[in-house]
Design a protein around this ligand. Structure first.
Ligand code: ZN
Length: 293
């Protein structure tokens, strides 16, 4: 099954090459350091250990995670190597390793820009925690004008927090709803993609995400994908369709190049012998491989 909006984007995006005239201040996805011999892996059922990052993984109300799903590489956010001008409201807050590195870079940039303190509200949440939040919500479903069911809290299994790839940020005075209107929030909305983060639940995407606008919720997808999504002004659902349809295959950003290959369910997945790469499982059973050229 393909989502209906791919045909629209197929028409709009006529090239398979995305050339971005922007600079990357930092590249968190350069972290894979093991170049393996070329080999075949048997689709998503046997992910390539050590290089499978799954940072493009889609979850939502139509793509639920199992109740027992939890990432295996969660680390404490408090392991940030520098003392940033932030507060962390929840002791023991965790993110996946790569997202934590991306967060560290993002917060360092924020600090260098001279912004005031921020509050890190929520990182990884397991299924049961999400279920408790969902069940305690007084306004769990809103029907938008278009008839789409919108949730103000993701259903259990539908939260990116269960992936360990989402962080909620707010100002220390508690500004959450209008976070994007604050100076730091506006800067993050314009610049977080340099560090692999996207504003995930935008108002314009509500019909696709089924989540009300959440200007405080940032999702880690890694570089270069965050930058391309910002450039094309698409949400993750739309971007993954572009990758699956091979509409975005080659990405060039100021002298740095990546290639994205999609392997459908049942296909053998090839990973490079001499280049760094990451892989992500796909909700349709395929695998996305991002290769650093
Ligand atoms: Zn969130």
């Amino acid at each position: 099954m393909k989502l209906f909006y791919i045909s629209t984007f197929s028409l709009l995006v006529l090239t398979t090459v995305v050339m971005l005239a922007i600079g990357l201040q930092h590249n968190p996805t350069e972290t894979p350091t093991i170049a393996v011999a070329e080999r075949r892996i048997a689709g998503t059922a046997a992910p390539c250990a050590g290089n499978t990052t799954d940072t493009l993984r889609l979850v939502g109300h139509h793509f639920l995670l199992d109740s027992n799903y939890a990432p295996t590489d969660l680390v404490e956010v408090y392991t940030l190597s520098r003392i940033f001008s932030i507060n962390i409201s929840l002791a023991g807050m965790q993110l996946r390793q790569e997202a934590r590195i991306g967060l560290e870079s993002l917060l360092a940039a924020l600090e260098n820009e001279g912004f005031e303190k921020l509050l890190l509200v929520s990182g990884f949440r397991d299924y049961d925690t999400q279920a408790a939040l969902y069940n305690s919500s007084r306004y769990d479903v809103v029907v938008a004008d278009c008839g789409t069911e919108l949730f103000n809290i993701a259903m259990p299994g539908a939260s990116e927090h269960q992936l360990g790839l989402a962080i909620d940020l707010q100002t220390v005075d508690g500004n959450l709803r209008d976070f994007h209107l604050t100076q730091a929030g506006a800067w993050l909305h314009d610049n977080a993609h340099y560090y692999g983060w996207i504003v995930r639940n935008r108002e314009i995407d509500e019909a696709l995400t089924n989540i009300i606008s959440e200007p405080w919720h940032f999702r880690y997808v890694g570089v270069p994908h965050a930058a391309v999504m910002q450039y094309l002004d698409v949400c993750l659902e739309q971007y993954l369709d572009l990758l699956r349809e091979n509409i975005v295959t080659d990405i060039h950003i100021r002298g740095q190049s990546w290639q994205v290959q999609y392997f459908a369910d049942g296909e053998e997945v090839f990973v490079p012998a001499t280049h760094l790469y990451t892989t992500s499982s796909d909700v349709y059973g395929g695998t996305l491989v991002t290769i650093r050229r």
